[in-house]
Design a protein around this ligand. Structure first.
Ligand SMILES: O=c1[nH]c(=O)c2[nH]c(=O)[nH]c2[nH]1
Length: 316
């Protein structure tokens, strides 16, 4: 059998673009004790005279995607973020007018909206630096009944909260692998996942008013988060649990609260290479990192109560 070798086909480069996707930039503006937050996911795609980058490997016309990322953070500090549209326009114009080979820039922005954490209307002075991400959390309930006794575990997940000050982290173990710098002022943010178990097991005790209880627990958690001057997320977790247990009344008595709190790290961006001082009295720009993240989990119990919520929340 003869194998007919075919001539190599002529190949050409088609449409192409490149850029840095999902630069998660958070800018905190400080007006005294009242802070404001802008939280954007910025994705950039540039195109233009980029044939040689693909064909010969010459990077002479290639603006590194790392530079695009730095530009996002530096512009956030330098020019502020008025709106997603205005910030996107500023960036798109910068890349096209600043670099000859770049002919077109596409900037996509997803903005995460935040509102003030007023702890259900009861948080007082902490409101200036405490925020809740917009969009409802998911409310959860698990009920079991064995013919005699009921058990009710309520919960919530996806409640994202952030404090732009009143959080420190220092005094921890330092071994040969520790590089983390101690901090006396950082952003503390988490996505609350919690489950709480009621002491109520059925008649003759009156059934708790579940909706009212849920609102009370949610408000207690938000208020404790806002008002706790935090030395660690672990300490904040404990304060939130303690507030929930103490805040539950006799009818809707809660014996146990279990939390799973991812530490949503916000890293201050080093803008010194661009001649910018970050973290000044009026504003700071952070990189909101989504992974890896610290995961802080614990149960807080009424003294004397037996733990009944399993360690693994995903099974509830
Ligand atoms: O609140 C914190 N708790 C930790 O255990 C921890 N570990 C870490 O690196 N950062 C933090 N922050």
């Amino acid at each position: 059998m003869t194998v007919h070798s075919r001539p190599a086909p002529a190949v050409v480069l088609g449409q192409n673009q490149y850029g840095k996707a999902e630069c998660h930039v958070v800018r905190i503006t400080r007006n005294g004790a009242t802070h404001h937050i802008k939280d954007l996911d910025v994705s950039i795609a540039l195109s233009g005279d980029l044939e040689e980058v693909h064909l010969s490997g010459s990077n002479a016309n290639c603006l590194p995607t790392d530079t695009m990322k730095n530009t996002v953070y530096a512009f956030a500090k330098q020019h502020g973020i008025e709106s997603a549209e205005q910030f996107g326009m500023l960036l798109a114009r910068h890349f096209v007018t600043g670099q000859g080979p770049i002919k077109r820039a596409r900037v996509r922005i997803a903005e995460h909206a935040w509102e003030r954490n007023d702890g259900g209307g009861r948080a007082g002075a902490a409101v200036g630096h405490s925020f809740v991400r917009k969009g409802q959390e998911t409310r959860l309930a698990q009920v079991t009944f064995d013919g005699e006794r009921s058990q009710v575990v309520s919960g919530l997940k996806d409640l994202v909260v952030l404090n732009s000050t009143n959080s420190e982290f220092w005094g921890y173990i330092k071994d040969e692998y520790t590089t983390l710098e101690e901090t006396w002022d950082r952003v503390l943010a988490t996505e609350v996942s919690a489950r709480w178990r009621f002491s109520w097991t059925g008649e003759p005790r009156p059934e708790p008013a579940w909706d009212r209880s849920y609102q009370q627990v949610r408000a207690d958690m938000l208020r404790a988060f806002a008002e706790t001057y935090s030395l660690s997320l672990q300490q904040t977790l404990y304060e939130m649990g303690a507030r929930v247990i103490a805040g539950s009344d006799e009818v809707a008595e809660i014996d146990e609260v279990r939390f799973s709190l991812p530490n949503k790290h916000h890293f201050l961006v080093d803008l010194k290479p661009f001649g910018l001082e970050n973290d000044t009295a009026d504003s700071a720009v952070y990189h909101a990192s989504d992974r890896p993240y610290g995961l802080i989990e614990a149960t807080v119990l009424r003294e004397g109560a037996e733990a009944g919520i399993p360690l693994d929340l995903t099974n509830l």
